[in-house]
Design a protein around this ligand. Structure first.
Ligand code: ADE
Length: 482
């Protein structure tokens, strides 16, 4: 991922960003930092970039021209010829997502970090003094973002805070082999207390349970500690946690039917856009994918209205899932949604790991994208690339071979899918190996694996039964505007 930073104080960022984990990731080519000194672009012969604000007031403003020209320098095509005429140089080729770092912006959160981490390139514009001429902000800025309700002397420190939070979500930056999607900070609980050697320090003993080697007990203790800590230190978060637990508890009464929403909540990969009692509208982070559960059509209508009514939804080109027939009717009749497909959920609720006969399975990288695109036509290239970047697509090679024979993945909504095995390699257990491997991988993270099977896809139903997944007999509908 490439970060461009427009600043008047490049040294602040050069030193800060090339240390520790980010520095190592940059050396490995996983990240790159392009720091641009706004002053290099001023047309003022004394190098001045600021002036007094019209209408009076304290301090100086950064002028529009140097900021605009510094930004334009990011858009120019790489120069091919040694000698170029003035008319050939300044041609913009694309618009970049540009974050103006300002106390007047939306407050930065982990969800926003996750969303920005999906971009290939990001621009950070750091202000100083009293700010920047509004006219250039109107032309280049796509997002105004703050790091909190306090005022700092400039945007460089906030930019570094945001870059750090975004960069660690880029696959390959952290070493733990986990995909960025399994992060669960936003699970509404603070982390439990941690201890290291020695066992006794200042007469304080490490809690006995942590020395027991009993993983189940340790997990329970950690969850309790997280709850106590969150209740004491962040009652606001604790309230959200309790609400979420109440909804999961309600959905769990019909687990096979609502496994998608339960898992999206439990994995922390969706947030409640609107919620009243146990009626809830979920949005998968960073996507246009929603799911709804309501105790009555009236409650569903209220959730939909909170979202802004049909016009707003249409604009968003979103998709919405429901497992309730009366709600599906309401969505069709009142909001003009159309059914895209009808599916049946299947989930693996057992705890035992499955046997994987072919273990030659690896996480796919962008160099595998052409293979995936040429063999899988159900989703477009941008989506498949996004799944690879999220570390959520896995390929299989037959034992002793290096060429891919098939693949499987996790959709952005959390369900298993995109299962494909080349026809010449079918009936050799590769699909079963891929799915068993993916199920085991999710079990290790404490998740309940599930998938959604399109009506009439008997081959896939057969595989799910063979692997021990339970099939829900009631349908789910995927709706969209179109
Ligand atoms: N610039 C000055 N203060 C800031 C803040 N709190 N967040 C983002 N940018 C800033």
């Amino acid at each position: 991922m490439k970060f461009h930073i427009l600043t008047l104080f490049p040294e602040m960022l050069e030193h800060g960003l090339h240390q520790s984990i980010l520095g190592k990731a940059a050396a490995k080519g996983k990240l790159s930092f392009h720091i641009v000194n706004i002053r290099d672009y001023t047309q003022d012969k004394h190098g001045k970039v600021d002036d007094y604000p019209y209408g009076g007031g304290a301090g100086m403003l950064i002028q529009a021209q140097p900021v605009y020209d510094a930004y334009q320098s990011l858009l120019r095509k790489p120069e091919k010829k040694m000698c170029i005429t003035a008319t050939e140089t300044a041609e913009p080729v694309k618009k970049l997502r540009t974050i103006y770092v300002t106390p007047q912006g939306r407050t930065f959160t982990q969800d926003m970090a996750r969303e920005f981490a999906r971009e290939e390139e990001l621009v950070f514009l750091c202000g100083h003094y009293e700010g920047i001429d509004e006219r250039v902000l109107e032309e280049i800025v796509t997002d105004h973002v703050s790091i909190g309700d306090y005022v700092l002397t400039g945007g460089e420190l906030p930019a570094m805070v945001m870059i750090d939070a975004i960069a660690r979500l880029v696959p390959g930056v952290l070493h733990n082999g986990e995909s960025a999607e399994t992060e669960t900070f936003h699970n509404h609980l603070l982390e439990y207390p941690q201890y290291s050697r020695p066992e006794v320090w200042h007469d304080k003993q490490v809690p006995e349970v942590l020395l027991s080697g009993n993983h189940k007990r340790i997990e329970t203790w950690r969850l309790e500690q997280s709850m106590v800590r969150t209740r004491e230190r962040r009652p606001d978060l604790y309230l959200q946690y309790q609400t979420k637990q109440k909804i999961i508890h309600t959905l769990a009464k019909q687990k096979r039917k609502y496994i998608h929403m339960m898992e999206q909540l439990a994995r922390g990969m969706a947030h409640m856009v609107y919620q009243k009692d146990v009626n809830v509208l979920l949005q998968v982070e960073g996507s246009r994918s929603y799911a709804i559960y309501a105790e009555s059509p009236a409650a569903a209508g209220m959730l939909m209205e909170s979202l802004g009514g049909a016009g707003m939804l249409q604009q968003e080109r979103f998709s919405l899932v429901t497992c309730q027939e009366t709600i599906r009717e309401l969505l069709q009749d009142q909001y003009g949604l159309k059914v895209k497909n009808v599916c049946y959920q299947a989930c693996y609720t057992r705890k035992e790991m499955l046997r994987v006969s072919c273990r030659n399975i690896r996480r796919l990288t962008e160099s595998d994208l052409p293979y995936i695109v040429s063999h899988y036509q159900d989703r477009d290239e941008a989506y498949l690339q996004q799944r690879i970047r999220a570390g959520a697509l896995f390929g299989i090679c037959k034992d002793g071979e290096e060429q891919l024979s098939g693949f499987i993945g996790l959709h952005e909504e959390g369900d298993m899918g995109m299962l494909y095995v080349e026809s010449k390699h079918r009936r050799q257990g590769l699909a079963a190996s891929l799915e068993s491997w993916l199920i085991n991988d999710q079990l290790k993270r404490g998740e309940i694996p599930y998938c959604q099977i399109e009506e009439g896809n008997d081959a896939v139903v057969g595989l799910q039964k063979k692997l021990g997944l339970y099939l829900c007999q009631e349908p789910m509908w995927k709706l969209f505007f179109g």
